[in-house]
Design a protein around this ligand. Structure first.
Ligand code: DX5
Ligand code: ZN
Length: 226
């Protein structure tokens, strides 16, 4: 399945497992799925690119078996190249990498795609969208970080809506947004052109079924107005 390719114009929601109960991941994902989630956002952190440390390919493999939803790995690590084969083997559907730490981005994206997965680039808040200008032919989606990567529950950076707008002038690729996404901020990002709404704390602070649905519906209403 090609999640990003088959999105068309649809607004989709993805729970970030970072704010879920890691001892009950499959159940936590199912609760968000019941609220309309179509993708699982799997945050990988290495204590080097970001201060935090999370989970790796072994957990991704278990989760990929336990959920019917595609698993999207967001690699917030210094050395993504050496991890890509293990995430491919784990059965994730897509992988996004942070170009800030990659020397041979064309090669990295090709490694993801050649394995049959969709490839994405995630941009830190101050990374200009122009760094992606020559990557679009090798990309399936762009992830705009609307917080500094590393932690859930941080405040949304409103200028990132302008980055989404700029990207939409540059490419038709689907834009995913991640960081501080709530019922209130999702519409700002959808109006700017975002299609995939990742939310962690906003989903798991309450009932994930209800909260996921609220975010997706707020996004879809905004898309209807746009
Ligand atoms: C941050 C992660 C996010 C995080 C978002 O580095 O990439 O996916 O879970 O959390 P919230 O939605 O709480 O900002
Ligand atoms: Zn993320």
């Amino acid at each position: 399945m090609r999640f990003f390719k088959e999105l068309d114009g649809r607004i989709a929601g993805a729970p970030s497992i970072l704010s879920a109960d890691f001892a009950n991941l499959a159940a936590e994902v199912r609760r968000a799925e019941a609220g309309g989630a179509e993708l699982v956002h799997f945050d990988v952190m290495d204590n080097h690119f970001v201060p935090n440390l999370t989970v790796g390919p072994a957990v991704a493999a278990s989760l990929a078996i336990a959920t019917a939803l595609p698993v999207d790995a967001h690699l917030q690590v210094m050395k993504p190249d050496s991890l890509i084969p293990a995430f491919v083997a784990a059965g994730v559907a897509s992988i996004s990498v942070q170009p800030e730490v990659i020397t041979h981005l064309h090669r990295t994206l090709a490694a993801i795609r050649n394995a049959g997965l969709e490839a994405g680039c995630a941009l830190n808040p101050t990374t200009p969208p122009e760094v992606l200008e020559w990557t679009f032919p090798y990309l399936d989606y762009v992830l705009v970080m609307s917080v500094n990567p590393g932690f859930g529950g941080q405040a949304f950076i409103p200028e990132m809506a302008d980055k989404v707008r700029r990207l939409k002038e540059m490419t038709d690729l689907p834009i995913q947004v991640d960081g501080g996404i709530t019922e209130e901020t999702a519409p700002l990002m959808v109006e700017a052109g975002a299609q995939v709404l990742v939310a962690g704390s906003a989903v798991y602070a309450g009932d994930p079924t209800i909260e996921m649905r609220k975010i997706i519906e707020a996004g879809r209403r905004a898309a209807g107005r746009a």
